[in-house]
Ligand binder design. Structure first.
Ligand SMILES: [Zn+2]
Length: 244
């Protein structure tokens, strides 16, 4: 079910006491190479959430997405919109805690943007402090191993993300403008003046190698893994156990 499509009456009748799991898609508006749309990081988690809703429409609520994220590194590229880490963290946390008031116990933060991650760790602690269970999914990191069976490399507007965009919103992708960033950081480093290497043309990796077929396969992988995640949540299988 989509949270914002219910009436308060249907919410009372069909959700309260019956649905305890919500998906909160979270993204950003930021430059994605010269070839992918500014809303790429919103479109990918939203697409995954729609596919989960199709699968589990009576068991989950898909919340309206948090569309504005924290995007310091890309702030100087035309069209990027960014809010501070602190504002973002508080806003997401308050939305999440508000959902807990209506019986949501399991909250999946389905994130599409790397710059949001530090704040989302803090949000998870806020949710936990208030009795909920927060699960953060950064799809391109969490499912990296399987994604790399489909593409040779990953990157921001790189081969994997561009492929996914070709699969879900092909008309919005301008492959003629796709580019390659030959630089890769050796260290975790931030400084003004590094952006032409860290995110040359607002890219890491090689968006030129993307194809729609690769993207369709990655979407399948991500959704299979998210389905497994929800089933593990509902059967309390959140840990591996290794006895020595
Ligand atoms: Zn992205």
């Amino acid at each position: 079910m989509y949270w914002d499509q219910l009436t308060t009456k249907t919410f009372r009748d069909q959700v309260l006491g019956q649905v305890d799991t919500a998906i909160l898609p979270i993204g950003s508006i930021e430059a994605h190479g010269q070839h992918c749309p500014l809303g790429t990081d919103n479109m990918t988690p939203w697409h995954f959430a729609q596919l989960l809703n199709a699968r589990f429409s009576d068991r989950i609520l898909v919340m309206p997405a948090i569309a504005y994220g924290h995007t310091w590194e890309l702030a100087n590229f035309a069209g990027t919109l960014s809010v501070s880490h602190e504002t973002f963290r508080r806003y997401v946390a308050e939305v999440a805690l508000s959902a807990l008031n209506w019986g949501i116990r399991h909250l999946v933060l389905l994130n599409g943007h790397g710059g949001n991650i530090p704040a989302l760790y803090a949000v998870m602690e806020d949710v936990a402090e208030h009795g909920g269970q927060a699960i953060l999914v950064n799809w391109w990191q969490d499912y990296r191993e399987e994604i790399l069976t489909v593409v040779d490399s990953q990157g921001h507007a790189g081969e994997d993300e561009t492929s996914v965009m070709l699969a879900i919103h092909e008309p919005l992708v301008r492959m003629a403008d796709a580019s390659y960033n030959p630089y890769r950081p050796k260290y975790r480093v931030e400084a003004l003046g590094l952006h032409d290497k860290v995110l040359r043309h607002a890219t890491t990796g090689d968006g030129r190698r993307a194809t729609r077929a690769k993207g369709e396969r990655i979407v399948e992988i991500v959704v299979e893994r998210l389905v497994q995640l929800l089933e593990d949540v509902w059967t309390d299988q959140l840990f591996f156990r290794h006895d020595s």
